[in-house]
Design a binder for this molecule. Structure first.
Ligand SMILES: NC(=O)c1ccc[n+]([C@@H]2O[C@H](COP(=O)([O-])OP(=O)(O)OC[C@H]3O[C@@H](n4cnc5c(N)ncnc54)[C@H](O)[C@@H]3O)[C@@H](O)[C@H]2O)c1
Length: 326
């Protein structure tokens, strides 16, 4: 089966593509390899994917409608799509909001306009984010909760991604699932996120910024659990014919909420070093707590996250040390 993975050089895209290839799927990967974070890390992930004969890669901007249509015209036999390419990160959306509008809103639109013409497309799965819950204060976050009060432009573009995908499911009957990821971490992770950022600073002996004076909670989700959820969802076809439009939304989180300070303590232990904490006020655009209610994901595709931060963080640290030769 041929699967298109957008954002294949990214953290979640790399792991998803690698798992699909390992089970024998063919994967077409696209990514623009932009410099939001170190391109060498994206290249290193890609180099590993290129070792598989079933992998082909095209560098392109997913918001370039012409390029995406031409690519899918060359791959008319794509059966499933995992759309992960996006400008990620809450904080940077305060600095460069226009890049989010282009990649996230323009990207899903360009992709769906081309994808709806594929003759054999049976499932379009896309990344959303826990950030769509915005100013919600009721935890855990359930997929039925309102998501009309985003706190950052990043969250607003993810909400727009969900809306756009819903339109295409409604107008053209494309079976579609949106996955709201909750703070994903693990080997080959993202340098702008807590596990990576803190590890780098702790090893360099630099202070780590701890926002809202440490009064933050996150549902930290290990990458292998996320990939099991992405692929479990991708395989959950065909949809029940009674589901009109064929559109579903799921939470993919660990279903535990951890104090940020506990997360840091686990990291300190794994690194064998104490962190120098630089307590700071709440950052604009951020939310204080995330916590996923995953009952629909469990029901529909057996999603069962297993990895605690006590297990996942040491695995991340081991990868980090090996990759950077620490
Ligand atoms: N990692 C998390 O905790 C998390 C949480 C919630 C949602 N998400 C979402 O999951 C998806 C994957 O995130 P990730 O953590 O792997 O991030 P990532 O930045 O590592 O991966 C995204 C990839 O998309 C590529 N990309 C960005 N804009 C593009 C464009 N216009 N055209 C083509 N490629 C483009 C980037 O180069 C990158 O390789 C994103 O949609 C993100 O918003 C991630």
């Amino acid at each position: 089966m041929k699967v298109l993975v957008t954002g294949a050089a990214g953290f979640i895209g790399y792991h998803t593509a690698a798992t699909l290839l390992a089970r024998g799927d063919e994967v077409v990967g696209i990514d623009d390899l932009n410099a939001y974070y170190e391109v060498s890390l994206k290249e290193a992930r890609l180099a590993r994917l290129r070792e598989h004969p079933g992998f082909t890669f095209e560098r392109m901007d997913v918001a370039d409608a012409e390029a995406v249509a031409a690519m899918l015209a060359r791959h008319r036999d794509v059966v499933r799509i995992v759309h992960l390419a996006a400008q990620a990160g809450v904080r940077y959306s305060l600095v460069n909001p226009f890049s989010y509008a282009r990649a996230n809103v323009g990207g899903v639109l360009a992709l769906l306009e081309a994808a709806r013409r594929l003759p054999a497309l049976e499932h379009f799965v896309f990344a959303s984010s826990s950030s769509v819950y915005g100013l919600n204060t009721t935890v855990p976050f359930s997929v039925g909760d309102r998501t009309d009060a985003p706190a950052s432009f990043y969250a607003a573009t993810k909400k727009a991604t969900e809306g756009t995908a819903h339109v295409y499911a409604h107008l053209y009957g494309v079976p579609t699932s949106g996955l709201r990821f909750f703070t994903v971490y693990g080997p080959w992770g993202r340098p702008d996120m807590a596990a990576f950022l803190f590890t780098r600073k702790i090893l360099a002996g630099e202070p780590i910024p701890v926002f809202n004076h440490g009064e933050m909670r996150r549902d930290f989700t290990y990458i292998d659990d996320i990939v099991a959820g992405v692929i479990g969802c991708l395989d959950a076809v065909p949809f029940d014919a009674a589901l009109v439009p064929p559109f579903r939304i799921y939470n993919l989180g660990n279903n535990r909420t951890e104090r940020l300070l506990d997360f840091i303590a686990v990291l300190e232990q794994a690194l064998g070093r104490k962190a120098n904490l630089d307590f700071k006020p709440m950052q604009p655009g951020d939310i204080q707590e995330t916590y996923a209610d995953i009952r629909e994901s469990k029901r529909d595709f057996g999603f069962e996250p297993r990895t605690t931060i006590g297990e996942g963080i040491p695995r991340f640290v081991a990868w980090y040390k090996e990759f950077y030769g620490v």
